[in-house]
Design a protein around this ligand. Sequence first.
Ligand code: ADP
Ligand code: GLC
Length: 488
Amino acid sequence: MAENYPSKTVAFIGSECYPFVKTGGLGDVMYALPKALVKQNVEVRVIIPRYACIPEKWQNKMIYRGAFDMDLNPDGRRYYVGIMEYIEDGVIYDFIDNQEFFTAGKPYINLIDDIPRFCYFSKAALAALNYMDWAPDIIHCHDWQAALVPVYLRTLFADTPIARAKTMLTIHNLRFQGIYDAKTMKWWSGLPDYVFNMDALVENWVDANMLKGGLAYCDCITTVSNTYAQEIQTEFYGEHLDPHLRFHSGKLRGIVNGIDVDIWNPATDELLAANYDAETAVANKKLNKKALQESMGLQVDENKFVIGLVSRLTNQKGLDLVNSIIPQIMDEFTQLVVLGTGDSVYEDSFRYYENQYKGSLCAYIQYNEGVAHSIYAGADAFLVPSLFEPCGLTQLIAMHYGTAPIVRETGGLKDTVEPYNWAENTGNGFTFDRYESGLLLDAINRAKELYFEHREQFDEIVVRDMEKDVSWGNSADKYLELYNQMTQ
Ligand code: ADP
Ligand code: GLC
């Protein structure tokens, strides 16, 4: 049937993708958005590096798709590009294989290693598409690691079949841009001299910025919420690229992320102590709370107000605010569970507080999917007080699990959490605006007060949160609309 024919072809290029490799929300989006697009009849290939740290389970499922050699830098060597393939849920995953670049135990090492790796990856991804004879309508690149793709496409690949594609570059986090001295970047990328100018890759006259170049050369820029699309054009959030983004604002759009509701589904989630839906949430979340308290070494008591936090531990996430008010949060009615890894200053301070508040505060300093699921289900409230937050997925997951978010009104947090309104009994969570610890404390206390004094209203928030549509459906529609506009 004609309507079943693929209407658009899209190549996703990025540095991580769940379930193969994930360090944060980028990995989730690289998995869930293609899956949602396939349901809309789009044909999608996802291209990521074949890191050695991808678990055996997945490595064993990949099949060899082909290999070729490619030049990269002026050293004259030919670099191996292998393509390993895996297909699931109608999405084709192509892994770029090169032992020289991708044998580290983690996806990101440090800039001095990562700059050559992602120059290689961006170029190899395009060369692989030509090799596979698959020139899609759209090449959708993600973050700085794939930002040179549009630059390569319009220069070294301009006379190849792949040049027919339009390019979209999505900013998941403007803080990371891939900046290195221009001479090194020029050497490793092998890009022509003329892209190293102040309108494209160069900044400060000496450094080259991969993201800046990609933003100049792509056909469309998106970021992961409407509010962040506005914020990044201001000095505070612009990470010094705000003038560049204002200049290119005509091609900049915000589309809020969703979550994969097949994976994140409290009714079927096998990692939970008890499954539930909106109707059974209030009763069954108690069972999950009990299981969480037991496994985290917290005092088992269903009457405690349990606050969860699952996060990369970096200053983006508002942890300075949290740390500065822990003594005020930790009264005899409240427990706090923190799951995360990152900067040692935060890992250490949470460990310190765990020791101070034994049985009431747990600092689980690890990356652990299973524990994340049990926190989303077992907590009453969920903290995301970020300094900045392009979108944020954790508040979406928390809401979907009936856990009331407490968030700062920034970026995607502002776009996805409607503040609770006492007078009208509406809203999904508790919010505060300025980045101040007193305001965070106030928001937490408002949540606590409702929980302890007006449980009925609190429980209605739980149900509203679970009924809110946080799936990818609407947002995938918006991407598709943009793809269509770009290829008209
Ligand atoms: P960011 O991409 O900035 O880290 P997001 O909120 O978009 O933030 O996405 C974070 C993702 O990573 C969520 O899926 C969250 O559950 C997951 N995550 C973060 N830290 C951990 C951890 N320590 N263990 C398990 N999952 C984690
Ligand atoms: C980034 C952002 C986060 C966003 C994620 C996925 O890591 O920090 O806010 O949800 O990308 O787009």
